[in-house]
Design a protein around this ligand. Structure first.
Ligand SMILES: O=C(O)CCC(=O)C(=O)O
Length: 267
């Protein structure tokens, strides 16, 4: 079964706008299971780190950064044909995985200032053929700090970034001018939907000041033809995606659930 669900018009729109939302990639039951695993997973809890994304003020942003796929349900989403085949349509070629980020935006945790993901990673990669995919585990709404993108900012090229707290923030003056000319979009999503956005698409999110968590997983990929430009090439950080069909995804999710069930209980 093909999961190349994007129409020619959607592919053209992505070139124009720098983002596309694909709804209901995974069912509510599947997302419910991923959340059950994530909430119980001691390893995920141990990997979480606070980021201070706002200089000297604001709430911490809680993330777990993973440089490569593992034998777990989160990576299984990032390897699933359902998520990867639309990505290959956008690249026009195969994708390689660069990293993943579990971003667990609980109530009263923080957001992100405007940035471009290729603004972070242009030192590693020759081309901006870089796409991030935000997969929603919870409803993402304005109230709980859904991702905001600047429509068409993928066509601005890469902006300079300056360090600000734990993050790199895109040149605020240029962002201000971009926002006078381009539209800011709040990417509200239902659980199981995914937002695909180009490496030069400006994006940010507000802190979550609501009572509803906004958990998501972000997967970053580069096109197969994009190269590392570091003096030494760590090939293992640009891994071909070994795609999973639905039965393989299901088997991996079941194994992860069983492992989580077998964890020692806190006393
Ligand atoms: O989780 C968010 O709200 C934004 C995360 C983000 O901007 C990123 O990972 O580049």
């Amino acid at each position: 079964m093909s999961h190349r669900v994007l129409s020619a018009q959607q592919l053209e729109q992505f070139e124009e706008d720098g983002y596309a939302i694909v709804e209901n990639l995974f069912s509510a039951a599947e997302v419910g299971r991923i959340l059950d695993i994530a909430r119980a997973d001691h390893q995920l809890a141990a990997d979480l780190k606070p980021n201070h994304n706002y200089e000297g003020q604001g709430l911490d942003t809680i993330i777990a950064y993973r440089p490569r796929f593992a034998d777990d349900v989160y990576s299984a989403v990032g390897r699933s044909r359902r998520l990867v085949e639309p990505l290959e349509q956008l690249f026009g070629e195969e994708a390689r995985n660069f990293y993943q980020l579990e971003t667990l935006k609980d109530p009263n945790t923080g957001g992100w200032q405007w940035h471009q993901d290729y603004g972070y990673h242009h030192r590693e990669f020759l081309y901006p053929s870089f796409i991030s995919v935000m997969f929603a585990l919870d409803p993402a709404t304005r109230a709980n700090g859904c991702l905001r993108v600047v429509r068409g900012s993928n066509r601005l090229g890469r902006l300079d970034h300056v360090r600000s707290g734990s993050q790199l923030a895109a040149d605020p003056q240029r962002v201000g001018i971009a926002l006078q000319h381009l539209e800011e979009i709040h990417c509200e999503m239902a659980p199981g939907s995914a937002l695909y956005f180009h490496g030069n698409t400006l994006h940010a999110s507000d802190p979550n000041l609501s009572a509803q968590s906004r958990w998501a997983i972000i997967f970053a990929y580069v096109a197969d033809s994009n190269f590392y430009v570091l003096p030494e090439t760590p090939e293992n950080l640009r891994v071909p995606v070994d795609k999973l069909d639905d039965a393989q995804f299901e088997a991996l999710a079941r194994r992860h659930w069983e492992r989580v069930q077998a964890q020692p209980q806190a006393v």
